[in-house]
Design a protein around this ligand. Structure first.
Ligand SMILES: Nc1ncnc2c1ncn2[C@@H]1O[C@H](COP(=O)(O)OP(=O)(O)OP(=O)(O)O)[C@@H](O)[C@H]1O
Length: 336
């Protein structure tokens, strides 16, 4: 049934998923344009998987609507939505080889068409000539690339990826997130990508939605969400720390123009050593890759980290805040 006003791509309206007394997804609205990649980010238990599964049709809805190109799919079974799903463990068939796995969803095609599509996708995910390899001989990263090729083979109009890289180590994740994004873009696939890793979300997506307690707290491009998290919850989840009052920010040399109730969230490079400024006590120094993390106590008693190229000798430092590496948050009373 055409709904008449929801536009092209995915539209989610007022979606609710409940498990007993737990509301896992709490009245969520979401729009996704064709070809767009959205990352769903949020702490454990914030409802990311439940939202994804609700959209896929894998979880019954307690309320709301899922539509594609203005057509209501809420009551369509999973396999009639034209959506694909890829999970953390890939769920490959061990008794089929790589090519057999990729061809799984396209067995209605002619042998030649199938072979062409399988070859094309294996090329895209960087596994050319792996077609006859046994699944049991693949590394974790290779297996996830096969899983990606398999889920893309039937041309899903929406691909739902649930923590597709989280079983892999960080270095491999950083590399594969690029392969994943490039492959989704090369195939023009619209996708929702669930992860709890901020870096992965920012690297994969055109837009990021940060969830908390079943709701979408903030949605925008990675740059918009980072620059303007709009709430302490989102800022803290993105890795801003600590969050200080306007008064403390002014004491640390903030150039003015802050509302009395505003709060300032410090990003990783927010504090720097200055010739003049507030003096803070050095508490501890930790060796990091390429820099020293100098832990200092701010005038309000909160601990903050300053990145320094070398260990500092002094027990006290003059520091200043760099507004370009901070986010200004509205005071509780102004928060919308
Ligand atoms: N099958 C289930 N039965 C009961 N409660 C569930 C079920 N699945 C999820 N929940 C609950 O719903 C809420 C949201 O869980 P969900 O798995 O969607 O969160 P998440 O953000 O994906 O978490 P994670 O990052 O840990 O996977 C949690 O409180 C969780 O305990």
């Amino acid at each position: 049934m055409s709904l008449g006003n929801l536009g092209s791509g995915l539209a989610v309206r007022d979606l609710v998923v409940r498990f007993g007394n737990t509301t896992a997804v709490d009245h969520v609205d979401l729009d996704l344009a064709p070809g767009e990649i959205l990352a769903l980010l949020g702490p454990s238990g914030s409802g990311k998987s439940s939202l994804l599964r609700g959209i896929a049709g894998l979880e019954p809805l307690a309320g709301g609507l899922v539509a594609w190109d203005d057509v209501d799919l809420t009551n369509e079974p999973v396999h009639r939505r034209g959506f694909g799903v890829m999970f953390q463990d890939g769920q490959l068939f061990p008794h089929r080889d790589v090519g057999g796995n990729v061809a799984y969803g396209i067995e209605h095609l002619s042998r030649a068409e199938r072979a062409h599509r399988v070859g094309e996708l294996l090329d895209l995910v960087g596994l050319t000539a792996y077609e006859r390899r046994a699944i049991t001989t693949l590394s974790g990263g290779q297996a996830q690339r096969v899983a990606l090729a398999r889920s893309l083979a039937p041309h899903p109009r929406l691909l739902l990826l649930d923590e597709p890289l989280s079983a892999l180590d960080r270095a491999l994740r950083e590399r594969l997130v690029g392969v994943l994004r490039d492959t989704l873009k090369a195939t023009g696939t619209t996708a929702i990508y669930v992860t709890h890793d901020q870096d992965e979300a920012f690297a994969a997506a055109d837009r990021v939605a940060v969830m908390g307690a079943g709701r979408v707290l903030r949605i925008g491009t990675p740059r918009e969400v980072w620059r303007d998290p709009r709430s302490e919850t989102v800022a803290a989840f993105l890795g801003y720390a600590p969050i200080i009052s306007a008064q403390t920010a002014l004491a640390l040399g903030w150039p003015d123009g802050l509302g009395y109730a505003a709060r300032v969230a410090l990003g990783p490079d927010a504090l720097r050593v200055a010739d003049t400024g507030a003096t803070v006590a050095v508490v501890e120094q930790l060796d990091r890759r390429g820099h020293t993390a100098v832990l200092v106590d701010l005038p309000d008693g909160q601990r903050a980290t300053l990145r320094s190229p070398v260990h500092v000798e002094a027990r006290h430092l003059a520091v200043a805040l760099d507004p370009a590496h901070c986010a200004v948050l509205p005071g509780e009373a102004d928060a919308g």
